[in-house]
Design a protein around this ligand. Structure first.
Ligand code: TRP
Length: 329
C-alpha cells in the first residue's frame, strides 16, 4: 500500500556522513513505492541564533544534497518549510493542544536550554515540537523517518493526534516514526561515544570536505584496544562505528563486515572503510558540484512549494473547520 512519507533536515550546520547515511540515503529509497515529501526545516533553523547568509547557504546546500542523493523531484516533493505558509497557520492552531509541561519535558529542549542563558531562550525553541507536529500532520504523513534524537518529538505528535481526534473526530492522521537501524547512529571519529553532529571538525566527516581530508580523518579515527574487527558497541565503540559506516554503505550487516575482515589488522580495515566512503561520496559530491550553482535549486523549490501547498491547504482547511473557525470561501 502506498503511504505518505515525510521528513526534513534543519539547515543549521554543514551536513556530515552521519546525515548522509542516517537520512539522505534512506529518503531516496522510499520514492518508488510511496508518496514522499522531503523539506528543509528553515523555520526551525531560526530557533537558535544563525546568520542570514549562513542560513541561505545551508538551505541551498541541502537542496543540492537532496538532488545529489537521487531524490527525483518528479517523484518526491522537495520544498522549503517557510514557502508553504500553511505550516505556520497550522502551528498557530496546534499550539493550543500541546501543553507547557509536555514541551518542558522534551530532552532536546532540556539539553539545549541547559547550555543557554535563561534570558536568551527563544519561545520558538520551546515550541519547536509544535511546528514539527504541524510539518508532519499537514501532509497526513504515516511514515516519518527520523534520527533517534527526534523520535520523542514524533511521539509527542502522536499524543497530540490522540488528543485532537478524541475531541474533534477523526481529523488528523497518526504518524509513525521510523528510525533506520544501520546508519542511524554514526558516531564521531574522534570520540565514538558522541554522535557525529554538525560541529566537530576533527571527528565529523563533512559532505563538503575534500576527499583527501575525508580519507585522512578516517585513517586517524580513534580505535580501541585489542586488534579484532568486532562489532561490540560497548567495548569497542571506535571499531564498531567504522563497521557501521562500512555496513551502511555496502548495504550489508555488521556480521558480514566482521566476517569479511576477520583476518585484517585495524590499519587495513580503516583503509577499506576510507575507500568505501570515498567511492560513495566521490560521485555524490560531483553531482552536488554540478547542482549547487545552477538554477535547478530554485526551480525545484518553486515547483515543490506548489505541490506541497496543494495538499497542505486541504489539511489546514479540514482542521480549521473542525475546531470551529468560520469558513468563508
Ligand atoms: N527536527 C528535525 C531535525 O532536527 C527536522 C524536522 C523538522 C523534521 N520538522 C520535521 C523531521 C518533521 C521530520 C518531520 O532533524
Amino acid at each position: 500500500m502506498k503511504k505518505r512519507v515525510l521528513s526534513g533536515i534543519k539547515p543549521t550546520g554543514n551536513l556530515t556522513l552521519g546525515n548522509y547515511l542516517g537520512a539522505l540515503k534512506h529518503f531516496a529509497k522510499y520514492q518508488d513505492e510511496h508518496e514522499v515529501f522531503i523539506f528543509i526545516a528553515d523555520l526551525h533553523a531560526l530557533t537558535l541564533p544563525i546568520e542570514p547568509e549562513v542560513l541561505r547557504k545551508l538551505t541551498r546546500d541541502i537542496v543540492a544534497f537532496y538532488l545529489a542523493s537521487n531524490l527525483d523531484p518528479s517523484k518526491t516533493t522537495i520544498f522549503l518549510q517557510s514557502q508553504v505558509s500553511e505550516h505556520s497557520e497550522l502551528n498557530a492552531i496546534l499550539q493550543n493542544y500541546l501543553y507547557m509541561g509536555e514541551l518542558n519535558r522534551m530532552t532536546q529542549f532540556k539539553d539545549l536550554s541547559l547550555k543557554m542563558k535563561q534570558s536568551a531562550i527563544g519561545l520558538g525553541l520551546f515550541a519547536y515540537p509544535v511546528l514539527m507536529a504541524s510539518d508532519i500532520l499537514l501532509y497526513d504523513a504515516q511514515i516519518v523517518p527520523v534520527g533517534e534524537d527526534q523520535k520523542q518529538h514524533v511521539e509527542l505528535t502522536r499524543d497530540l493526534v490522540d488528543r485532537f481526534n478524541k475531541r474533534y473526530g477523526n481529523i488528523l492522521v497518526m504518524p509513525e516514526p521510523v528510525i533506520s537501524k544501520v546508519g542511524a547512529r554514526i558516531m564521531s571519529l574522534s570520540n565514538p561515544l558522541q554522535k557525529m553532529s554538525k560541529s566537530d571538525p576533527k571527528g565529523d566527516v563533512f559532505l563538503l570536505d575534500d576527499l583527501k581530508v575525508i580519507e585522512k580523518k578516517i585513517m586517524a579515527a580513534v580505535t580501541d584496544s585489542g586488534s579484532e574487527i568486532k562489532y561490540d558497541v560497548k567495548n569497542k565503540p571506535g571499531i564498531s562505528n567504522l563497521i557501521s559506516i562500512y555496513a551502511s554503505i555496502e548495504n550489508i550487516t555488521t556480521k558480514d563486515v566482521e566476517e569479511k575482515f576477520k583476518n585484517s589488522q585495524y590499519g587495513e580495515f580503516k583503509k577499506a572503510v576510507a575507500m568505501c566512503v570515498i567511492n560513495e561520496l566521490g560521485p555524490f559530491k560531483k553531482r552536488y558540484e554540478e547542482i549547487i550553482n545552477s538554477s535547478l535549486i530554485e526551480e525545484t523549490l518553486a515547483e515543490g512549494a506548489l505541490k506541497a501547498k496543494k495538499i497542505a491547504k486541504q489539511t489546514l482547511s479540514r482542521v480549521q473547520k473542525a475546531v470551529g473557525l468560520l469558513h468563508v470561501e
